[in-house]
Design a protein around this ligand. Structure first.
Ligand code: XMP
Length: 326
């Protein structure tokens, strides 16, 4: 797929049949492009890179080398899922790098949000580059570019693209889903057999929990955030909000308040719940969460998560608040 412009006549992929046809065409196209050469892919576990990985595994099997960099800022269970689905079930050629210490050491004492983003983005490229340099005979770089990325590449979202890859990599690009919209990528992912949990995942920023562990990140507060976040996700799953709300997460500020736990004074951080709906992330409205769900989440987080003693609800639309806190 050479052109970056979606032809007017291109049918929207809405069914399994259409997805199967697309997959068949792309498999042939990728095989023709790549031949017997190797292809490298940074596999974050997000929808786009996962679908590209599954598609390329189908097309060229072990000629695809997937590199998953765990920057230590993933949500609970995410890296494990990448290993399970791609390393085990799909038997991919997967290199897993746990770079948690590298990232957290660099981020130590850094409180400024854009500086944090730069460090995370820069280090990601470094780790990936180092890994690529160890591999021999790689001629192609696969990317999970989708059509909105092409349309928006000069727009407002550009400043967010910190998880990008080095521009000076001398490899030809393989971008099999670059003319697809997000909903089509999901249909293709399902047709390829990827689990719903992966295909219908909510958007997750490249710097991950790094921009939700507000201010200077510490390991204990990051741990508390990760545990609170998984409780929020579980309870949204339980009450059916998970499939309905566009983005929902916890942010934990670098601030403590006084509380009581087991009859003792207990200083802890607050967990802030944010649940928003949007179509393009430029503006967002607040999802109304039923009170009984909020009570349950509050109860679970304050009893199950070490270090958290209050739960707050963020009711701010965008504008005036951005979706993320940093
Ligand atoms: P804001 O906070 O600007 O977020 O309202 C809009 C959307 O972008 C996501 N976001 C990011 N995504 N790298 C990303 O890949 C980033 O640095 C980043 N910051 C925000 C945010 O989660 C929301 O979906």
């Amino acid at each position: 797929m050479k052109s970056n412009v979606r032809p007017d006549a291109m049918e929207r992929i809405t069914t399994k049949e259409l997805a199967d046809k697309f997959i068949e065409e792309q498999v042939a196209e990728v095989r023709a492009q790549v031949g017997d050469k190797k292809v490298l892919l940074a596999l974050s576990g997000g929808v786009d890179s996962s679908v590209v990985a599954a598609l390329l595994i189908k097309a060229i099997g072990k000629q695809l080398v997937c590199v998953h960099v765990n920057h230590g800022l993933m949500r609970k269970g995410e890296s494990e899922q990448v290993i399970e689905v791609f390393g085990k079930e799909l038997d991919a050629n997967l290199i897993y790098i746990d770079a948690t210490d590298r990232f957290l050491d660099l981020l130590k004492d850094v409180a400024e949000p854009e500086k944090k983003r730069k460090i995370i983005g820069g280090e990601f490229i470094k780790v990936f580059d180092e890994e690529a340099a160890k591999l021999e005979g790689i001629d192609f770089l696969a990317q999970g570019t989708i059509y909105p990325d092409i349309l928006e590449s000069d727009g407002v979202k550009a400043h967010h693209n910190v998880g990008g890859l080095p521009e000076d990599m001398e490899m030809e690009l393989v971008e099999p889903v670059k003319l697809l919209y997000k909903d089509e990528v999901r249909v293709v992912g399902s047709a390829l057999g990827l689990p719903d949990e992966m295909v219908y995942r909510q958007p997750f920023p490249g710097p991950g929990l790094g921009v939700r562990c507000l201010g200077a990140i510490t390991r204990d507060r990051l741990h508390a955030l990760r545990e609170a976040d998984v409780i929020l996700r579980e309870e949204f799953d339980n009450c059916g909000l998970a499939g309905k709300v566009w983005q929902y997460f916890i942010a934990v500020p670098d601030m403590k308040s006084v509380g009581v736990k087991n009859d003792k004074r207990y200083e802890g951080w607050p967990a802030i719940i944010r649940a928003v709906n949007t179509t393009d992330a430029m503006t967002a409205t607040i999802e109304e969460i039923p009170y009984e769900v909020l009570h349950k989440i509050t109860n679970r987080i304050t009893t199950e998560v070490e270090g958290i003693n209050r739960v707050l609800l963020d009711l701010t639309p965008k504008p005036v608040g951005t979706i993320e806190w940093e």
